[in-house]
Design a protein around this ligand. Structure first.
Ligand code: 13P
Length: 255
């Protein structure tokens, strides 16, 4: 993992059976094989992580969990510890808008999860993003700053750019087909980088997420502040996901 190579991660959410997931992972592995200058990750449901790991093995496709708990072990029924993932699963997504807004996760809980993930040596994918009404009210800066601030609050020291990425996912663009314009996405991603540079000394990669498709990927990746994508719906179709990964790769396919 480098901090300058674009990263395209597929968040499968609560989709696919184990068997379908393994097939999808295989298709992603084959479809993106030989692409240079881009990192690829899949984030299957917890039940699929080990079989998908067995399928992608030590290939170029990285593996991530869609969530993680803030404690490392104990009486926390149904939760998954970062220690259960560390060593074989590279990424842990925290703060996805569906967890914040459907499951009621707070900024504080997201911060504790990020701290636990990084402490276990996982690479964090921290999702942030404003609601539609917050954007209309001109409040996106306040919301994003608050989410970033509380996410960093529980870390013992400022994170290095290699330890995590930010995924900017405006809630109004998730699963709606209403992608942010490249200019809107760039503006927020650039703001996130400036904010983190000021507070931590350096900015990590910032991904955009929200209705990314093969049709709009290239125009988003053309923006200098956007270092890849967190893809939902289109990551469930191997050919669409592969096309998005290809759009993020600076060079042509090799071999
Ligand atoms: P969609 O690509 O389906 O809009 O989902 C984005 C997302 O939430 C990725 O985490």
């Amino acid at each position: 993992m480098t901090v300058t190579t674009p990263l395209v991660a597929g968040n499968w959410k609560m989709n696919t059976t184990v068997e379908e997931g393994v097939k999808l992972a295989e298709a992603v592995r084959l479809g993106t094989e030989g692409l240079k200058g881009v990192e690829v990750a899949v984030l299957p449901p917890f039940t699929h992580l080990r079989p998908v790991y067995d399928e992608i093995g030590h290939s170029h496709v990285q593996l991530g969990a869609q969530d993680v708990f803030w404690e490392t072990k104990g009486a926390f029924t149904g939760e998954v510890s970062p220690l259960m993932l560390a060593g074989w699963c590279e990424h842990a997504l925290v703060g996805h808008s569906e967890r914040r807004h459907i499951l009621g996760e707070t900024d504080r809980e997201v911060g504790r999860k990020l701290a636990a993930a990084l402490a276990a040596g996982l690479h964090g994918i921290l999702a942030v993003g404003e609601l539609e009404e917050e954007r209309f009210a001109g409040e996106w800066v306040t919301v994003i700053d608050r989410q970033l601030h509380s996410a960093l609050e529980f870390l013992p020291q400022p994170p290095t750019p290699g330890q995590y990425v930010i995924a900017y996912e405006p809630c109004w663009a998730i699963g709606t087909g209403r992608t942010a314009t490249p200019e809107q996405a760039h503006e927020v991603c650039a703001h996130i980088k400036a904010w983190l540079t000021e507070r931590t000394g350096a900015a990590p990669r910032v991904l955009y997420g929200g209705s990314v498709t093969p049709d709009n990927a290239a125009s988003l990746f053309a923006e200098t502040a956007i270092d890849g994508a967190l893809v939902g719906g289109a990551s469930l179709r191997a050919e669409q996901f592969t096309a998005i990964v290809t759009a993020a790769a600076p060079g042509a396919r090799v071999g």
